[in-house]
Design a protein around this ligand. Structure first.
Ligand SMILES: Nc1ncnc2c1ncn2[C@@H]1O[C@H](COP(=O)(O)O)[C@@H](OP(=O)(O)O)[C@H]1O
Ligand SMILES: [Mg+2]
Ligand SMILES: [Mg+2]
Ligand SMILES: [Mg+2]
Length: 351
């Protein structure tokens, strides 16, 4: 089955959301940032991006059975004091839609925006089609002025069948340890993949796309690896224990699913993620990144070597940690990870 129409709509939605987010990142105000009930940050751009993606998918693919599993909801915006923030979000969306000019419509109201945000409340699951959206993945990176991604995927009968990753601050050239890239004047990258169709990358300003492949290195000594910038999101000590494999380069620490994008084009060969005990991974943090890497020839598993299962609802049900690499390095890496995990659980039984 081809998902051509859906892919085209997803690319448009993610690109427009990226325009909205870049505008906010360039002129971020203290009043744009809020704290969610779990203390994690959320900004007007997270909400604006979610509403815009939902709105564009609805316009491009009118269907009675739209379902989306997305990170944000409107509860805080509906509380007392949320009105100013909602107005700012509504203006951002209307400005983005009117400068794009694709849709002939009257401006959206605050209520339209709340409804669009809440269309992401689906529980997902193994049946039917569900869009999966992280409107800004890496909000902490977004706030620092660093990497972030708009991550949109489609599940069909529990499987990820397409994914789009808009990475507005990721240069088109490879990134690594040595160069510090200026984030100014970069158009950013759009990665997209459809099941069986490979992974492509284009510039967010709409250049021709090129097919990308993961690194083919079989030598761990040459393999640089990615991990979260935030130590609270992934145990940096554990990933350094893969040094037993002979990996020599220091880790490249960047925020968001930009790591999956960079890996899909061979910037590095390994991505390791070991959350602290008790953390439950959400499907929107991995769905788009996972298909972008697998269609580029890579493999994504949990620490038990099992593929990620996106059919279980809003959470991933997995065995400690996520490992991403190419087919040839996976067996070695999996063994090194399992050895490191069992050593560290002997040393610190609470891990
Ligand atoms: N304690 C924790 N452990 C692991 N991941 C966490 C975490 N707290 C938040 N996250 C997730 O890590 C994501 C960012 O990943 P990364 O570290 O690769 O940039 C966040 O996405 P959001 O920024 O969309 O909330 C959030 O879902
Ligand atoms: Mg968040
Ligand atoms: Mg996220
Ligand atoms: Mg997010």
């Amino acid at each position: 089955m081809s998902y051509e129409k859906e892919l085209k709509a997803a690319k448009k939605a993610a690109s427009l959301a990226a325009q909205l987010c870049q505008k906010v990142q360039k002129a971020l105000l203290q009043s744009d940032v809020h704290s969610k009930s779990d203390k994690s940050p959320v900004t007007v751009a997270d909400y604006g991006s979610q509403a815009l993606v939902s709105f564009v998918l609805g316009k491009e693919l009118p269907t009675a059975s739209f379902s989306m599993v997305a990170e944000e909801d409107s509860a805080d915006l509906r509380k007392d004091g949320g009105q100013d923030t909602l107005e700012r979000i509504t203006k951002l969306i209307n400005d983005t839609l009117s400068s794009d000019g694709s849709y002939d419509l009257s401006p959206l109201s605050g209520e339209d925006v709340l409804t669009a945000i809440d269309s992401g409340k689906s529980e997902g699951g193994p049946n039917g089609r569900h869009w999966v959206l992280d409107p800004i993945d890496g909000t902490k990176g977004f706030l620092r002025g660093d990497q972030y991604a708009i991550a949109l995927a489609l599940l069909d009968e529990g499987k990820v069948v397409l994914g789009v990753l808009a990475c507005p601050n990721l240069p088109l050239q490879p990134i690594g340890n040595t160069e510090k890239h200026s984030l100014q004047n970069q158009a950013g990258c759009l990665f997209f993949a459809e099941v069986g169709g490979g992974t492509h990358m284009q510039s967010l300003d709409g250049s021709l796309s090129t097919k990308v492949h993961v690194s083919s290195t079989v030598n761990p000594a040459e393999a640089s690896f990615f991990e979260s910038y935030e130590a609270a999101h992934s145990l940096h000590d554990l990933s350094s224990s893969i040094a037993t494999l002979g990996v020599q380069a220091p880790p490249v620490r960047i925020d968001s699913q930009a790591k999956y994008g960079a890996l899909s084009r061979g910037d590095g060969a390994i991505y390791l993620r070991f959350p602290h005990k008790g953390y439950r991974e959400k499907i929107w943090d991995h769905a788009a990144g996972c298909i972008v890497v697998t269609e580029a020839g890579g493999v994504v598993t949990d620490a038990g070597g099992n593929p990620l299962d996106f059919s279980k609802g809003r959470f991933l049900d997995l065995d400690t940690g996520i490992i991403v690499t190419n087919q040839k390095l996976m067996p070695l890496l999996l063994k090194a990870v399992q050895d490191a995990l069992s050593e560290s659980s002997q040393a610190t039984p609470s891990l």
